[in-house]
Design a protein around this ligand. Sequence first.
Ligand SMILES: [Fe+2]
Ligand SMILES: [Fe+2]
Length: 472
Amino acid sequence: MISAEKIPNNVGLSSNKRLQRALEHWQPQYIQWWKDMGPQGFQDYHQVYVRTAISVDPSGWAHFEYVKLPEYRWGIFLADPVHDRRIGFGDFFGQPVWQEVPGEFRNQLRRLIVTQGDTEPASVEQQRWLGQRCPSMYDLRNLFQVNVEEGRHLWAMVYLLHSYFGRDGRDEAEELLARQSGNRDKPRILDAFNEPIENWLDFFMFTMFTDRDGKSQLLSLSESSLDPLSRTTRFMLTEEAHHMFVGETGIARIVERTCQLLKESGFSEDVRKVGGIDIPTIQKFINLWFSLSLDLHGNEISTNAASYFGNGLKGRAQEEKFDDHHIGEAYYELDVPEGQGLERKQIPMRSAMNEVLRDWYVGDCEAGVVRWNKVFERHGMSERLRLPDRKFNRGIGMFRALHFDPNGAPVSEEEWERRRYEWLPSAADRDYLLSIMSRPVYEAGKFANYIAPPLRGVNRMPINFEYVRTEA
Ligand SMILES: [Fe+2]
Ligand SMILES: [Fe+2]
């Protein structure tokens, strides 16, 4: 039964018969999907200390309690409306925002919402085996927190589909549960969401880099002229921040532990001999997940991106920071492959919107890498991690058919084949990681040898708090 008590919301669900009817059909399918494709082995006998959003004010979205995962109260929240909000960019700049979907943009908006929505359940599917290899109970809880919130993000997009797109919207909502990450016949829409996440280095890199692409996309959608889309994504951003925290601090704690192990073994040992994760391996996983996440921003030159911007559907991250919100005449300078090399070209700015968003994204990632390198500095070590050049290992866009090393220097096909596992994780690297993660650490306050404890616990609880309880 659909009830406002079971589904916390601020969208007037109890008086919205149409939405209730749509959800009555969809919600049981969602729960079935969650049981089948959600965290494996933690559905029936575990209680997890998670936060549940029960309202949009700060006290309401940080409500903590123990719940059994399938009983999590997935809610529907829109950030508070902005009084007299006006369209902030594109051809309709300055006009009132839309409370309904304009017919002429219906297909484009539906596509944007479905593409965003598809990533949310995909990541839950990708991460579903990780609980079995967790480095600590604290990390296990964080994994499940991320998972239930990605589930809620799916609800957010389904709310929009059900409320604004009629029959097509209901069909799309079902398709969101039918596609499956990595499934050959019915894969998820975007490539990075079909990659397996089998170990915790993948997971932390995913939450650092791929969830940060989520932040890029949500920031640009929160500028949308479609006000319900803007308000939904604005609230999702509060949750996204936690996902990136999990990734960034997860890697920082691995780096911390690697430094400790290196020091203990007198810097002479291969850190793998003492069960740690060596710096070159960490760098390879950065190279992989950063490049996959760059691809998620789309083609450098894109007529879709131009039309999303012109029509006021998808803006730039933090649009208010720009001076010109119309940009009919502006240009973006881009290095375009030409003959044997690259040539700087002027691209109409609107067509380069994906690249503009990618610029914002790269800057945000760089700030995180700087914070990781502080760990080496504190240990007095000269090693540094870094982002690869953005042409490296690209599967989408104009560098797709070419090869570059992590410094951005072109390499031949032959050299790429010969050297790719110097730069990207090899099967042996993955085997090693699985070998040190094969036994999960479920004891409160204990941590796997390859990762340092966090600085503090969740919601001011101690680090050795029992974040996941097993029922007798
Ligand atoms: Fe999400
Ligand atoms: Fe996320």
